[in-house]
Design a protein around this ligand. Structure first.
Ligand SMILES: [Zn+2]
Length: 402
């Protein structure tokens, strides 16, 4: 086996240690040494570069790419969606994001195409469908009576996503696990990119969420909750859901509950900004969605700022797909703009994200025994503004992929 040394970089290892000059030795896809003066069969000089663990985005949707217009969905041939996903995965990997949690859309075939090496992309956990109550964030029913086409349409690999009542919930979670879900995604409140719901309303009752978490837990799966409304956030925390996605209307009690339960927050700060920008650039979106995006921005930023100050565990997630893929690193700059230290933003995007996903034994830090998923940036600054333009190399399982 060839032993490769990524030499002379400034290594931010993700453990909480300060950045330090070090070499990283890689063999057979794993990190086998971190230190000064390592030798190997080949040396790649990364002097003057920042070397970090491959980044982890805990909230992406590969079956969309910043265009939620019904027309686009209606005019995309069914199987074209999968080829599109492959290109988006490649685009994401090229930013240094080597692992993602797929928050709804991609099915088992998308994951397996990557795992078998047929296509390149971040390693992924998939949720497949987004569970929603009737009239909830994932319900595509429109007032004309039709179900509008979108990235959640059911197909043989992607179970239908609308559930009401504990019994349906129990069956649906089992169906999703049968279909290959690594994590279960549920909407415990309304959201922005949907027609007939309100981000400030809680969705699902405690008895439904309890069944959901019990079924997922017995299959050793975590649950992630799209949760924007204050009550929807609290209901999710009470039910034992592992992560709050978006967390737009968090009050002090919600933050205290998260601290007490160890619940993670995945802010997706760039998501509403992306919707507003797309509308400004002329994307054909219903006015109700544009209005909702504008209405949540300030509350969202205030909530996330409070959570950062309070010390809530924060894992990076972008909702890429809501905006075009490949802008993932912008999220770090947004987190820093709300008071997170730059090094903490990298740790939210590496170690903490791996802990949320339960894969910290394999990825998320640069330590001996971890998979050699590594991002290299030109310059040694931790300043995240402009980070995408600094991506110099991306390694996944020790192989240079970008
Ligand atoms: Zn999402």
């Amino acid at each position: 086996m060839t032993r490769t040394v990524l030499a002379n970089g400034t290594v931010l290892d993700g453990t909480g240690a300060a950045p330090a000059a070090a070499d990283v030795a890689v063999e057979d896809g794993f990190i086998v040494g971190v230190g000064v003066g390592l030798d190997g069969d080949e040396q790649i000089d990364h002097a003057g570069h920042l070397v970090t663990p491959g980044l982890i985005d805990c909230h992406v949707h590969f079956m969309a790419d910043g265009d939620f217009s019904v027309n686009t969905h209606a005019n995309t041939p069914f199987s074209m969606n999968f080829y599109n996903a492959a290109e988006r995965m490649q685009r994401t990997l090229a930013t240094g994001v080597t692992t993602v949690r797929e928050a709804g859309g991609s099915d088992l075939g998308v994951k397996e195409a990557r795992d078998t090496g047929m296509i390149q992309g971040p390693r992924m956990q998939i949720s497949i469908s987004i569970l929603s109550q009737t009239g909830g964030h994932g319900d595509k029913w429109a007032v004309c009576g039709a179900h509008m086409p979108g990235m959640m349409d059911s197909h043989p690999g992607r179970p239908h996503n609308i559930v009401d009542g504990p019994d349906e919930m129990r069956r649906k979670v089992r169906e999703l696990i049968r279909a290959g879900a690594d994590v279960i995604k549920v909407c415990t409140s309304g959201g922005v990119l949907s027609l007939r719901d309100d981000p400030q309303h809680a969705h699902f009752m405690a008895e439904e969420l309890d069944v959901l978490v019990a079924e997922a837990t017995s299959a050793h799966k975590f649950v992630m909750a799209h949760a924007q409304a204050t009550d929807g956030i609290k209901n999710a925390i009470r039910a034992g859901i592992r992560s709050i996605e978006h967390g737009i209307y968090m009050d002090d009690e919600a933050i205290d509950m998260m601290l007490e339960r160890g619940t993670y927050l995945v802010p997706t700060l760039i998501a509403p900004l992306g919707v507003i920008q797309a509308a400004e650039q002329g994307l054909d979106l219903p006015q109700v969605i544009i209005d909702k995006a504008n209405s949540v921005v300030d509350a969202h930023r205030a909530s996330v700022q409070k959570a950062i100050q309070a010390g809530v565990k924060i894992a990076m997630g972008t909702d890429s797909g809501v905006m075009r893929h490949g802008q993932n690193l912008t999220e770090l700059a947004e987190m820093v703009s709300l008071g997170m230290a730059p090094q903490a933003a990298f740790e939210a995007s590496t170690r903490t994200a791996s802990e949320l996903m339960g894969i910290e034994h394999a990825v998320g830090t640069i330590e001996v025994g971890k998979r050699a998923d590594i991002a290299v940036f030109s310059g040694t600054s931790l300043e995240p503004v402009g980070l995408r333009d600094r991506v110099a190399a991306v390694y996944q399982d020790g192989t240079k992929v970008a």
